[in-house]
Design a protein around this ligand. Structure first.
Ligand code: MN
Length: 320
């Protein structure tokens, strides 16, 4: 049996399915979980999505308000199948990792090249732009026709993971997008909601990061950071810093942009973005992180100066 047939069989047999995604879930993580939720509604199959702290940017997606949220995970006994979306490994599931281990049957649907095949059945296609792109194939094999609710989810996941169709796209991606658009969804409105609409305090946070921006290694590396204090003062959370790493990346001389987010004293979550040739996933993997060739991240227990030195040394090995 093929992986897709295995997935269909497990889903057909299941009485109650739980969808989860990686911690600090991005658009693809939330939208892929909700796309499946909406598909299961169509199939009249009992399911739920558990996302501890979802980003409200995506509250326009159908099913968002029905999601189980909060730090307390739902009771594993209520589910016989758990589907992990957009997560490369169990650690990346954060607190959702515990419930994943407790549920009998597990499926993983993902597009990270660093995926560890940690579920009973794993559908991983790293050529795909996003988990949502992979879901098109899964939904077709489940016999689910894409309706407007599902289409909005899939479009959102593909849109966010490609940075607005700027990277990770293949002709296949655009064919899938064309099919999704046939449902008549308002793509301009989704784009504006996801990328453009912001708040005064978020703009202020971007300003602080730009203020601290410095160029290293002959201007080929851009480095900046934010502190926990920034988030407290501006009443924001870590999700609100999404995209700031691109400020450094957009500078003409830069190949790699680094953005360090303080989680604790001398403990930072690192985002790295490359423009043309540096493979940042290799560097992230070295520090127990992961991601994609031009977009990866990890966590470092170091001071800001140590982070700069360490990462610049690693990146320099690849710089032309
Ligand atoms: Mn993704």
């Amino acid at each position: 049996m093929s992986v897709l047939e295995n997935i269909k069989e497990k889903i057909d047999e299941s009485k109650s399915i739980l969808m989860i995604a990686h911690e600090n879930p991005d658009g693809d993580a939330i939208a892929s979980a909700l796309a499946l939720y909406n598909a299961f509604q169509k199939l009249e199959k009992k399911s739920a999505v558990y996302i501890p702290s979802p980003d409200k940017t995506y509250s326009f997606l159908a099913g968002f308000d029905e999601m189980l949220i909060g730090e307390t995970a739902p009771d594993a006994k209520n589910f016989d199948l758990c589907i992990s979306l957009d997560s490369s490994d169990i650690q990346r599931l954060g607190i959702c990792g515990d419930i994943f281990k407790e549920i009998d049957d597990t499926i993983c649907i993902d597009h990270h090249i660093t995926n560890q095949n940690f579920a009973d059945i794993n559908y991983i296609n790293a050529v795909a732009s996003s988990t949502c792109e992979n879901l098109m194939v899964v939904l077709a094999s489940l016999g689910v026709a894409v309706n407007k609710e599902i289409a909005e989810c899939l479009y959102t996941g593909i849109l966010t993971d490609t940075g607005g169709f700027r990277y990770n796209i293949t002709p296949e991606t655009m064919e899938i997008v064309a099919t999704i658009m046939e449902t008549g969804i308002n793509v301009s409105k989704i784009y504006r909601t996801v990328f453009d609409i912001t708040s005064f305090n978020k703009v202020k946070l971007v300003g602080r990061a730009i203020d601290r921006l410095e160029l290293l290694n002959d201007g080929k590396i851009a480095f900046t950071y934010m502190t926990k204090q920034d988030l407290e003062e501006l009443e924001l959370d870590e999700n609100d810093s999404d995209g700031i790493v691109n400020e450094g990346r957009n500078i003409d001389s830069v190949e790699v942009s680094i953005f360090a987010k303080e989680r604790d004293e001398d403990y930072y979550k690192i985002s790295m973005r490359a423009n043309e040739y540096v493979d940042v996933s290799v560097i992230a993997s070295k520090y127990a992180g992961g991601g994609h060739v031009r977009a990866a991240g990890c966590e470092l227990n170091m001071t800001l100066d140590q982070i700069k030195t360490t990462l610049c040394e690693e990146i320099a090995k690849q710089l032309k």
